[in-house]
Design a protein around this ligand. Structure first.
Ligand code: TXA
Ligand code: MG
Length: 319
């Protein structure tokens, strides 16, 4: 990536514009997190409801200290273990964080992305960057610059960093007293967090109805064409069906097109190729509906299946 592209992007951020940029998870749609008018443009371009708070991206621990009041030791422990990386920590916000970023909540989600272009953009802009995924609200998450252009042609500038390496969004956690709650499953699994936080009770919100993160809806990440779960590989599929599988098999379903996210059910490959496979099916004019194989909900499979369930929800529920 040319340095002058980062400089141009940083100037746009400082002037209150929007820049889409790569991260290791998915592409983000960024604005200066401390400029409420710039942040309002994110909600407008994405058509995102105002109740859905944004994650603030930082490149240094100094920024963490200005965005939150005195982070506790446990927070620093988690951050030091997983940052830069796909972990968002929800913390009590300081007064400098505008209410529009957090949808009026007293807390803010913060993460340090593991992507040099993202980190250089934050450093060159000299401000923390608020960024949701760079897609229209509810639609497929973008894992390439092309995916961003398809959904958000009105963005001021796109930094093209190739394909996102992880392919699904960060794990989001809150820490309260001796309890760590995973609000959204992601690349970092509950076991990895358990290992990092000895003696702390870590649990997954999926197991409880009580705590939820605003903006985490049942339907999300959906393609514009109907998407269904492929429950059996040998069923008769309608004409013009596209099928997404996660491992090669002897009896592939009969259909217009098959995309394999992995040849052998490798979870890292499935995550990395999940959204790009869905985008490819969405863009293929020969396909009118998509079927996707479920994955086993273990380890990273929990986050993968979370995205698949939300992606099929609006179509499965009216079938
Ligand atoms: O990997 C990621 O996290 C990507 C990249 C761009 O960093 N970002 C991302 O942002 O997935 P977004 O806006 O698509 O999802 C952010 C979610 C919100 O929908 C909400 O559920 C949760 O983060 N969130 C943000 N701030 C929160 C807060 N203060 N309390 C609870 N949940 C929060
Ligand atoms: Mg999103």
């Amino acid at each position: 990536m040319e340095n002058n592209q980062i400089q141009t992007a940083a100037r746009i951020i400082n002037e209150g514009g929007l820049v889409a940029f790569p991260t290791e998870t998915v592409y983000g749609l960024g604005a200066n997190a401390l400029n409420p008018i710039a942040v309002a443009k994110i909600f407008a371009l994405k058509e995102r409801p105002s109740f859905d708070p944004l994650i603030v991206h930082i490149a240094s621990y100094d920024e963490l200290k200005t965005l939150t009041n005195k982070p506790k030791d446990l927070v620093l422990k988690l951050a030091k273990k997983f940052w830069p990386g796909p972990l968002t920590i929800v913390l009590v916000k300081s007064n400098i964080v505008p209410d529009i970023v957090t949808s009026g909540l007293p807390t803010v989600g913060i993460r340090m992305p593991d992507n040099e272009i993202a980190l250089n953009l934050i450093r060159a802009s000299k401000c923390p960057i608020a960024a949701p995924s760079a897609n229209k609200f509810g639609n497929l998450s973008p894992v390439s610059a092309k995916h961003v252009k398809k959904q958000l042609p009105g963005v001021d500038f796109i930094l093209d960093g190739g394909k996102s390496k992880i392919g699904i969004e960060s794990t989001i956690v809150t820490l309260e007293g001796n309890i760590c709650t995973i609000l959204r499953p992601g690349k970092i699994t509950i076991d990895e967090i358990n290992d990092a936080l000895h003696g702390i009770f870590v649990f997954n919100t999926n197991k409880s109805e009580k705590i939820t993160a605003p903006g985490l809806l049942k339907s999300h990440y959906s393609p514009t064409k109907p998407l269904y779960l492929l429950k059996e590989k040998l069923v008769q599929l309608p004409k013009k069906s596209g099928v997404i599988l996660h491992g090669a098999c002897d009896n592939s379903p009969k259909c217009e097109k098959i995309i394999f996210t992995s040849q052998n059910n490798n979870q890292l490959e499935i995550a990395a190729n999940l959204f790009s496979s869905l985008h490819a099916m969405e863009d293929d004019k020969h396909i009118t509906q998509i079927f996707i194989e479920p994955v086993i909900e273990e380890g990273l499979g929990i986050a993968i299946m979370d995205r698949i369930k939300k992606a099929v929800y609006k179509y499965e529920s009216i079938k």
